[in-house]
Ligand binder design. Structure first.
Ligand SMILES: Cc1cc2nc3c(=O)[nH]c(=O)nc-3n(C[C@H](O)[C@H](O)[C@H](O)COP(=O)(O)OP(=O)(O)OC[C@H]3O[C@@H](n4cnc5c(N)ncnc54)[C@H](O)[C@@H]3O)c2cc1C
Length: 440
């Protein structure tokens, strides 16, 4: 559509990072401001596709095929009236109001997209978090992180390779030959342990039976004296019972001080042999954020006010894992969770509309609905929080349904009710048609 000569240029809203928070925000802004031609909404992400990050441990274990749940940003942008640009943010020029994008290369190292800058009037930083190795020697070289789909797929490939090799060789296994060490007894480490237990049983059932499930040990290592240190102790106790029943080897109160090619060493001198090592022991925001002139904390998170606007710039918001937003009721900051990113996307949406209309922004208040930890097909444990109920521990089918509803809420925000219904039907049939585990 041709713009008239004296018409104001459209405000440019730029969102960096299309994850649990950023993609929901881009979708909402696109469906309203973008569709009505009231703003130019652009999403930039370092990857061409989106997958909801809490599913990555299932991708790693092979119990989920990414092709079933991956979303193409370009298709979503086309359907929801925003633009998508493939790019990795590497810096910020607040004076020129431009985001710097690093050059993008392909697998052969050839430059596909050169370095460039992208202008904005309102910027939302939603780049999530990455694993924090706390500078422990050998972790970067010898451990796998679960930050991206590629990393989860890499873990799955290496698990299958180790399995195929052991199956082809037959006979007795070397110590640690098929063992997996997972560092970090938070939700990610626990969920991965349970998924791997399920995966090893399935691989044996599909004919790789020279390897017995008992040939594989899954070690879960946690520096704190109990699992899920940030959640109520009764939840940890219930989780421990369930993991022990799955024969997961628990090493509590053991801080990993070195990762080696053949295992990990803890501060008490204990060496845990393992071919595959996963680091899931804490997160930080991407390093480049600390190089910008925005206020950041020791975890590189951008410090924001209650309105989700950054402390130094009203036109820059930060949401999700990469932001440090006050949680005054607990005298801390909002935890890095999918539910926080989901809630913050809604408040950022409202405050962007208010900013454009010249109105005062509203405050974001974190509503803690509780935490749930999925032990794959075996169980789900968690606590639900509510004003009426206080904190209620739940387990089993009800916990599983609440856990699944978190992902459904994300899908609902992206696709609406009709498509979510169709996706559920398609899932039901595709599960009947393909193996229960990804075998390649
Ligand atoms: C295995 C696993 C299990 C989890 N389980 C749960 C759970 O059960 N419940 C729960 O609440 N939370 C869970 N989490 C945490 C949850 O996934 C995060 O809190 C949530 O995804 C944060 O959302 P976000 O929008 O801030 O970032 P993300 O969802 O991580 O999205 C960030 C996006 O930014 C992009 N990006 C990153 N850097 C750049 C850059 N420089 N330039 C451009 N784009 C960039 C990424 O490609 C990505 O698309 C889990 C996390 C993991 C890894």
């Amino acid at each position: 559509m041709q713009r008239k000569r004296n018409e104001q240029p459209l405000p440019r809203i730029l969102i960096i990072g299309g994850g649990a928070g950023g993609l929901e925000l881009a979708t909402k802004l696109g469906r309203t401001l973008g569709k009505k031609g009231k703003a130019q909404v652009t999403l930039i992400d370092a990857h061409p596709t989106h997958i909801w990050k809490p599913l990555l441990h299932e991708v790693a274990a092979g119990t989920m095929d990414v092709n079933d749940d991956e979303l193409d940003y370009l298709a979503q942008a086309n359907a929801c009236h925003f633009r998508f640009v493939l790019g990795r943010m590497s810096g910020l020029d607040r004076v020129a109001k431009q985001v710097k994008l690093a050059p993008m290369t392909n697998a052969a190292g050839e430059e596909v997209i050169p370095a460039c800058s992208y202008p904005y009037d309102i910027l939302v930083i939603a780049v999530g978090s990455v694993c924090n190795d706390f500078g422990v020697p050998g972790v970067a070289q010898n451990c796998i992180f679960l930050d991206t789909t590629e990393e989860a797929q890499q873990f799955h490939r290496r698990l299958l390779e180790a399995y195929m090799r052991a199956h082809a060789m037959g006979g007795a296994k070397q110590p640690g030959q098929l063992d997996v060490a997972i560092v970090g007894g938070g939700a990610t480490g626990i969920e991965l342990s349970a998924q791997l237990h399920q995966a090893t049983r399935l691989l044996a059932a599909y004919g790789l039976d020279n390897v017995k499930p008992s040939d594989i040990k899954i070690h879960l290592i946690e520096a704190a004296p109990r699992l899920l240190p940030e959640l109520p102790p009764r939840l940890s106790e219930s989780t421990v019972k369930q993991l022990l029943a799955l024969d997961v080897q628990l090493h509590l109160g053991e801080r990993v001080v070195e990762a080696r090619p053949d295992g990990v060493l803890t501060h008490t001198g204990k060496f845990i042999p393992a071919t595959l090592k996963v680091w899931a022991a804490g997160v930080k925001a991407p390093d480049f954020l600390a190089q910008t002139d925005l206020e950041t904390n020791r975890l590189n998170q951008v410090v924001v006010r209650q309105t989700l606007q950054t402390t130094r710039d009203d036109h820059i918001f930060a949401i999700g894992d990469c932001s440090a937003c006050p949680w005054p009721e607990r005298n801390t900051t909002v935890p890095p969770r999918a539910q926080s990113a989901h809630q913050q996307a809604s408040t950022a949406y409202e405050n962007i509309l208010r900013l454009l209309a010249g109105k005062a922004p509203v405050d974001y208040r974190y509503r803690d609905y509780g935490s749930l930890v999925s032990l794959g097909k075996y169980s789900t444990v968690g606590n639900l929080m509510g004003n009426l109920l206080g904190s209620v521990m739940i387990e089993g089918v009800i916990a599983r349904l609440v856990y699944l509803s978190l992902y459904k809420m994300h899908q609902y925000a992206l696709f609406g009710p009709l498509r979510v219904g169709l996706i559920m039907i398609a899932h039901f049939f595709s599960q009947k048609l393909r193996p229960k585990i990804k075998l390649h």
